[in-house]
Design a protein around this ligand. Structure first.
Ligand code: C2E
Ligand code: MG
Ligand code: MG
Ligand code: MG
Length: 290
């Protein structure tokens, strides 16, 4: 809107723009360039299976290091991409790159999945499943190694028929679907059975509040997820106490700084010693033999 104004108008605009608006405007322009020039890159954070200590998946997280503005927080640029309709272009790049990189990971027989965040806007496109199939084919990543994470806002969309069709097509391909940041939106637990999904990721705010009301929320999510045969992943695990409590509650997978931060270095996780260490450490911590 601002961009399309004449010279005089935009001058006037820039004088009245608040600092926040100014930054949004600058970042929005820079993000367009970043996508075109492929300035974005991915970090990977392990999602660990709580019964074996094995890595179930690596979540791909978008990163943007701007030449002059520095490192931009994903929460900021993803939100900006959502409101400026650049999320589809960004999401396509991320998906392609994540599949390409995951296809090169070692131990191909039992390699971790790659979990990619997708916006509901991407799923609302009738051609999305086809696009995913094309990317899987040319990156040679088996469909069973791709998991898509989408927030629960997909239950509250204006295009439920398209969303349902897209999710069903993706499932038919063998791609896994997880609901991200579960519990933060307005959707109720009963919504989980309306779409053929595979897993629920409990938002880290409930993990942080395990001593408080978070515990009851997590218990309810686990109870309904068991009924619906969905995996439960806990996000934002930072302390030993949280880890032990969550394992005790029956969470299937764990993710958080305690297990490992997002990083470019996935190699170290593939070394046998490292995965043994995780498994052994898990056994000790959870008081079970592995
Ligand atoms: P998310 O999908 O829920 O990803 C997890 C976020 O929690 C990541 O933040 C990660 O760095 C952070 N995190 C992981 N473990 C811990 C922990 O133990 N404690 C705390 N406090 N935080 C932890 P990040 O990388 O800043 O990403 C923020 C959000 O941006 C993501 O949340 C996701 O919703 C979105 N995002 C990132 N990349 C993409 C993308 O490629 N496409 C889309 N559509 N969204 C993306
Ligand atoms: Mg996610
Ligand atoms: Mg999440
Ligand atoms: Mg989250």
């Amino acid at each position: 809107e601002v961009k399309r104004n004449g010279r005089g108008a935009s001058l006037e605009y820039s004088e009245t723009l608040s600092l926040v608006q100014r930054r949004r405007f600058d970042l929005g322009r820079a993000l367009g360039t970043a996508i075109e020039n492929n300035e974005l890159f991915l970090e990977y954070q392990p999602i660990v299976d709580s019964s074996t200590g094995r890595i179930h998946a690596f979540e791909a997280l978008a990163r943007w290091q701007h030449p002059t503005l520095g490192k931009i927080n994903p929460a900021e640029f993803i939100a900006l991409a959502e409101t400026t309709d650049r999320i589809t272009a960004l999401g396509d790049l991320v998906l392609e790159e994540a599949c390409r990189e995951a296809a090169t990971w070692p131990c191909s027989d039992n390699a971790p999945k790659v979990a990619v965040n997708v916006s509901v806007k991407q799923l609302r496109d009738e051609t999305f499943a086809m696009k995913v199939l094309r990317i899987l084919a040319h990156t040679k990543l088996p469909p069973g190694r791709l998991e898509l994470e989408v927030t629960e806002s997909l239950f509250e969309n204006d295009h439920p028929a398209i969303i349902k069709q897209t999710i069903s097509s993706l499932r038919a391909l063998g791609v896994f679907i997880a609901i991200d940041d579960f519990g933060t939106g307005y959707s109720s637990l009963s919504r989980l059975q309306t779409l053929p999904i595979n897993a629920v990721k409990i938002d880290r705010s409930f993990v942080a509040d395990l001593e408080g009301n978070g515990r009851a929320v997590i218990e309810s999510i686990i109870m309904i997820a068991r009924r619906l045969e969905l995996d439960v992943v806990a996000e934002g695990v930072e302390t030993d106490t949280q880890l032990e409590t969550l394992i005790g509650m029956g969470v299937n997978c764990l993710q958080g700084y305690l297990l490992g931060p997002p990083s470019r270095q996935t190699d170290s996780y593939f070394e046998t010693e490292r995965s043994d260490w995780i498994a052994g450490d898990f056994g000790r911590r959870s008081g079970r033999s592995v």
